[in-house]
Design a protein around this ligand. Structure first.
Ligand code: ATP
Ligand code: MG
Length: 331
């Protein structure tokens, strides 16, 4: 069996540098080798934005523009919309009966997100159960490889538990287990170094940022608080500027050299920030320019999404049909 790839993003905002190194770069490379689907997870985005009528729909187009601007090719990758594929919602309902509430509450990513979103006693039921809908997405596309950041590993574990349960119940192989594909930078920190860079936390450098925004973000970046004078020895570990240089600078030998100069003392924060800024400006400029052109033709972007979604109907409804048949419900 050849591998098949599913990834996705929540349209809660335009995409950022964390997406770029954590997942987008890999997707661009993988689309040449494997059948690949990207799901714009609008239903999942609503699980913590259910009272906002505009946010999710407005961001679909932003995310689409980001995909094409970084080099996702819609003739190679199928891009589709979660809420327009009813089989995904059907599968979610079936799988929900195979997962306990306690298991969902133990999911470490869900636990962290609940804490950081400060839901208190008002956790939306849809939010607690979103790992089930993610399992529906992955299995509905018969995906075997899922390029993700490391925050998604518990989701894939939970997906595989559901897969094994279904296959045991059916007493045959209906669903595929999946494997994560982690990039070298599977959790890019935010500029302040406190959290993972994340749309919902508002701590991002966007792929659509202009020059001034990039400059400002790099200026405010967390370094080593004890590195007061240029001549002081500085710490590289936990220093966000070096984490970003590792992630984005094309010349790793040069970065190693900078690190040893910084550790020894004599290399100032302004200098390393200037080097990083130049590298991020060069990375983002062409993406931003392509993005601007794409955003001027939203009907083209929506056409790409419609065509991809139509293509995805067949495989997803086939899997839902198999689960219904397992329960003897195809009458
Ligand atoms: P939200 O705050 O709305 O959850 P997000 O920024 O976490 O948004 P998602 O749409 O949830 O983005 O994530 C899409 C993909 O990008 C996932 O595979 C996720 O692991 C990856 N990803 C997100 N943020 C980062 C990051 N900072 N570093 C590496 N990968 C990331
Ligand atoms: Mg997220």
């Amino acid at each position: 069996m050849s591998d098949s790839i599913l990834t996705g993003d929540r349209p809660t905002g335009a995409l950022h540098l964390g997406h770029y190194v954590g997942s987008l770069q890999q997707r661009v490379a993988l689309q040449k080798k494997f059948p690949q689907t990207i799901l714009i997870a609008d239903m999942q985005a609503l699980t913590d934005n259910g009272t906002d009528l505009k946010k999710v729909s407005q961001n679909i187009i932003e995310v689409l523009a980001d995909y094409l601007a970084v080099g996702i090719d819609p003739t190679k990758t199928t891009i589709c919309q979660q809420s327009a594929l009813p089989a995904l919602a059907e599968l979610t309902m079936f799988y929900a009966n195979l997962v306990s509430v306690a298991r969902l509450e133990r999911n470490p990513t869900v636990k962290n997100e609940i804490a950081s979103k400060q839901f208190g006693d008002s956790i939306p039921a849809g939010f607690l159960t979103y790992p089930i809908s993610q399992a529906a997405d992955i299995t509905a596309f018969r995906a075997t490889l899922v390029p993700v950041g490391d925050d998604q590993l518990p989701m894939l574990e939970q997906t595989n538990e559901i897969v094994r349960k279904v296959n045991r119940l059916a007493d045959k192989h209906i669903l595929n287990e999946c494997k994560p594909l982690l990039s070298n930078v599977s959790r890019l920190p935010s500029v302040d170094g406190k959290n993972k860079m994340s749309k919902s936390l508002g701590n991002t450098i966007m792929l659509s940022s202009d020059e001034a925004e990039i400059r400002q973000s790099v200026k405010s970046m967390y370094t080593d608080p004890n590195h007061l004078r240029v001549s002081d020895p500085g710490q590289v570990e936990g220093n966000v500027v070096f984490t970003y240089l590792d992630a984005f600078h094309p010349d790793s030998h040069y970065v190693t050299q900078l690190k040893s100069e910084y550790r020894a003392g004599g290399l100032g924060d302004t200098k390393i920030k200037n080097i990083l800024e130049e590298c991020l400006q060069e990375l983002i400029r062409p993406i931003r320019e392509r993005r601007q052109v794409l955003m001027s033709d939203t009907s083209y972007l929506l056409g790409v999404l419609k065509a991809g979604t139509q293509k995805a109907q067949h495989v997803t409804s086939g899997v839902a049909q198999e689960i219904k048949a397992m329960y003897g419900l195809v009458l």
